[in-house]
Design a protein around this ligand. Structure first.
Ligand code: NAD
Length: 330
C-alpha cells in the first residue's frame, strides 16, 4: 500500500524502513505533522501513518477522505488526537499499536522516581563542577513507602511489579480491576483514598474526558503533603497551573513529567537557542524538585522495533481485507 508517513525523524525512518524491507509497502516519509494544512501531502495516498502530535481532527479527516485516504495508521497506543467518530462517519479505518514499550515506559517512570528522590540530576551537575557537598541532596528509602498507581493496564501493572521489588506498598485505582495487580498484593481503593495515602502517585490511565485534569486543585487538597507526582501518560491528566501552585506551597514535594499539556509546541524538536514562549512550562523548569523529559518514556530500541512491526502488520491486514485486532472504533 502507498503510505504517507508523517512526523518522521531519522530514527523513525530507520526502524520503519528496516521492518518494511520484506513487505515492500510504498512509503513516503514526511517530516511535518499531519494537520489540516499538511493533509494535502497525502492526496494520492490510501493510508497515512501518524504519531502522537499529528492532529487527526474532523477537518483533517474530511480533507483526507475527499481524496483517496481510507486508512489512518497510528504508530502509538493513545488515540486522543484522532476524532474517531468523524473517521467512522467518513468511512476511514483507524488502527493503532496498542503496546510497544510497556516495560520502557514503566522503567522510565522508575528512573524519574529514583532521580527525583535521590536528586541524581542535581548531583550530576554538582560533581562536574567540583561541588561534593551533600546539602540539599537528602532522599528517602523507597522501601515501605506507598505508591499509588492510577490506571493499572499494561504499564501500570509493570510499574507495580517493579515497585513491589523495592518493597513498596501498592494502592491502585482503575475503572477495571487487574487481577495480576491484586495478585502482587496491590489494593484497589477509590481515588480520594489513593490521594490521601500515597507517597508517590504515578499516572498510567489514558486521556479521556473523565481523566482530563484528574490532578487539579481539588485533588491537590487531598494528597499527602510533600508527595511525589509522576506523569508519563498524557500531559492533560494534570492541570499544570494547579500543580505549580501545589509545588509553590510545598504540598507537592516532587514532580516528574514526561508529558505536558501543550507539549506539541515543544517536544521532539531542538529549540535550544530559541525563546520558549510558554510561561507555564518555563515556570515548571525553575523548580529544583521538578524533572521534565520530553516524551521519551517510550523511546527504546525495542519499542521502535515493535512499533514498526505492528504498524506494517496492521497495514497488511487492512490491505488484504482481514479483520485487524488493532482497529479502534468510536
Ligand atoms: P492500557 O490500556 O494497557 O491501560 C490503561 C488503563 O487505564 C486501563 O487499565 C484502563 O482501564 C485504565 N483507565 C481507563 N480510564 C480510566 C479512568 N477514568 N480512571 C482510571 N483508570 C482508567 O494502556 P497502557 O499501555 O498501560 O498505557 C497507558 C497510557 O500511557 C496510554 O494511554 C498513553 O497515554 C501513555 N503512554 C505514554 C507513553 C510515553 O512515551 N510517555 C508511551 C506509551 C503510552
Amino acid at each position: 500500500m502507498k503510505v504517507a508517513v508523517f512526523s518522521t525523524k531519522a530514527y523513525d525512518r530507520q526502524f520503519l524502513s528496516a521492518a518494511n524491507s520484506p513487505i515492500q509497502h510504498e512509503l513516503v516519509f514526511f517530516e511535518p505533522r499531519l494537520n489540516r494544512d499538511t493533509a494535502i501531502l497525502a492526496a494520492e495516498f490510501p493510508a497515512v501513518c501518524v504519531f502522537v502530535h499529528d492532529q487527526v481532527d474532523a477537518p483533517t479527516l474530511e480533507l483526507l477522505a475527499s481524496r483517496v485516504t481510507r486508512l489512518v495508521v497510528l504508530r502509538c497506543a493513545g488515540f486522543n488526537n484522532v476524532d474517531l467518530q468523524a473517521a467512522a462517519d467518513l468511512g476511514i479505518t483507524v488502527v493503532r499499536v496498542p503496546a510497544y514499550s510497556p516495560y520502557g515506559v514503566a522503567e522510565h517512570a522508575v528512573g524519574l522516581i529514583l532521580s527525583l528522590n535521590r536528586k541524581i540530576h542535581r548531583a550530576y551537575n554538582r560533581v562536574r563542577e567540583g561541588n561534593f557537598s551533600l546539602d540539599g541532596l537528602l532522599g528517602f528509602n523507597l522501601h515501605e513507602r506507598t505508591v499509588g498507581i492510577v490506571g493499572t493496564g499494561k504499564i501500570g501493572l509493570i510499574l507495580g511489579q517493579i515497585m513491589k521489588g523495592f518493597g513498596c506498598h501498592i494502592l491502585a485505582y482503575d475503572v477495571y480491576r487487574n487481577p495480576e495487580l491484586e495478585a502482587l498484593g496491590g489494593k484497589y481503593v477509590e481515588l480520594p483514598e489513593l490521594f490521601a495515602n500515597s507517597d508517590i502517585i504515578s499516572l498510567h490511565c489514558p486521556l479521556t474526558p473523565e481523566t482530563h485534569h484528574l490532578i487539579n486543585t481539588e485533588a491537590i487538597k487531598q494528597i499527602k503533603p510533600g508527595m511525589m507526582l509522576i506523569n508519563t501518560s498524557r500531559g492533560a491528566l494534570i492541570d499544570t497551573q494547579a500543580v505549580i501552585e501545589g509545588l509553590k506551597s510545598g504540598k507537592i514535594g516532587y514532580l516528574a513529567v514526561d508529558v505536558y499539556e501543550q507539549e506539541s509546541e515543544l517536544f521532539f524538536e531542538d529549540l535550544s537557542g530559541e525563546i520558549i514562549q510558554d510561561d507555564i512550562f518555563q515556570r515548571l523548569t525553575t523548580f529544583p524538585n521538578v524533572l521534565i523529559t520530553g516524551h521519551q518514556a517510550f523511546f527504546t530500541a525495542e519499542a521502535l522495533y515493535n512499533i514498526a512491526e505492528t504498524t506494517f502488520a496492521n497495514i497488511t491486514d487492512i490491505e488484504q481485507g482481514r479483520p485487524c485486532a488493532n482497529e479502534i472504533r468510536a
